[in-house]
Design a protein around this ligand. Structure first.
Ligand code: ZN
Ligand code: ZN
Length: 352
């Protein structure tokens, strides 16, 4: 049997349509027929082949083991089409969300359930074939999370933007039930963070964005308030809105300007979790860390248990799934180009 897939064969070039054999599930593999594959901003970095590290330095993905040709797409939902002889706990026909952030499965980090932090990553759509196709091979049944009657196209973004915001917000522990979270960036990821925070029982979000329309939308979606990050007194406004200083900050932008604004608006014990990959570099007086005390940490996607917990919130009706922009798989290359040009509103999901 053959399938269509859209393959990255050269950086910056349009994806190539290919006809390939549908892989046969062996051992514990699960073959999933794709019903929706999200197009994520990080796919643009893979397309470009690099991240900006500031001062003219770049992180080149080829040096990190990302090899071409590659079928991108790490937000995958679909239907179990076939099972390898050793795959257990799944039935053909079940609708599933695929956990894509795979590790080697053998090291201590993977054994702790933190495969997203494994030094030998094998993420779907990054290091091995992902979702810009009709079928994807998943190496273990546990990575296929039952989504019941949830819409697969709407569930797909939970695998990246959903679990990324859930994992980052989880790092605040139960403090988020008592203190508002200042969220830098009110775009698509910001709205996902707001919905996830509400589902987690958070006290609320103060959204910061330089775009007026995005700020208005954030308040409409239930944010406590929205602040213009480019205002000269933005730090003062954040301090006023938080009642004396931001205790919890989720930076979905990840620029020097947003982290510096967070530090300027900090209080004692401020925790800043950085998720955004805008790029650049940071200079922080070291005494801030012990004296304030200030914590700045990163968060990278999320682990399998976190994605399972997030799907549970959606199945229980606590997390409202965000409407998505459905596009035919055959438009994969156009969608990617439009996303890069900032012309896609909402999450684009490719449907074969
Ligand atoms: Zn992503
Ligand atoms: Zn590992």
């Amino acid at each position: 049997m053959k399938q269509r897939c859209y393959c990255l064969t050269a950086h910056h070039q349009p994806l190539e349509r290919r006809e390939e054999d549908v892989p046969e599930p062996k051992g514990g593999d699960v073959l999933v027929r794709i019903l929706g594959a999200g197009v994520c901003h990080s796919d643009i970095h893979i397309w470009d082949g690099e991240y900006d590290l500031g001062s003219g330095r770049k992180l080149v993905l080829r040096d990190r083991g990302v090899a071409l040709p590659l079928v991108m797409g790490h937000e995958i939902a679909g239907e179990v089409a076939a099972l390898g002889p050793d795959a257990q706990g799944l039935k053909v026909g079940a609708r599933v969300l695929v956990y894509p952030w795979l590790g080697c499965g053998e090291c201590a980090t993977c054994a702790r359930g933190q495969e997203n932090l494994c030094l030998r990553p094998g993420s779907l759509g990054v290091y091995r074939a992902g979702g810009y196709a009709e079928y994807v091979l998943v190496p273990r049944a546990a990575y296929c999370i039952d989504i019941g009657t949830l819409d697969p196209a709407e569930a797909a973004p939970l695998a990246c933007s959903g679990v990324t915001t859930y994992s980052a917000l989880s790092k605040f522990g139960t403090v988020l039930e008592e203190e508002p979270v200042v969220i830098m960036g009110a775009g698509g990821l910001g709205h996902m963070a707001l919905a996830v925070l509400q589902a987690m029982g958070g006290k609320g979000a103060i959204m910061v964005d330089i775009d007026e329309a995005k700020r208005a939308k954030a308040v409409e979606a239930g944010a406590l308030s929205a602040i213009d990050g480019s205002a000269a007194d933005a730090a003062k406004q954040i301090m006023a809105a938080t009642g004396g200083g931001a205790r919890l900050v989720l930076d979905l932008v990840g620029a020097a300007s947003t982290i510096n604004l967070a530090i300027a608006a900090a209080t004692r014990g401020t925790e800043i979790v950085v998720v955004g990959l805008y790029g650049g570099e940071l200079s922080v007086p070291i005494p801030f860390f012990p004296l304030r005390p200030l914590a700045i940490r990163g968060s990278y996607v999320g682990n399998l248990a976190e994605l399972q917990a997030l799907v549970r919130l959606a199945l229980d009706g606590k997390l409202a799934l965000v409407k998505v922009n459905r596009r035919p798989l055959d438009e994969a290359s156009e969608v990617l180009a439009q996303l890069k040009a900032g012309k896609v509103f909402g999450r684009a999901v490719l449907v074969p």
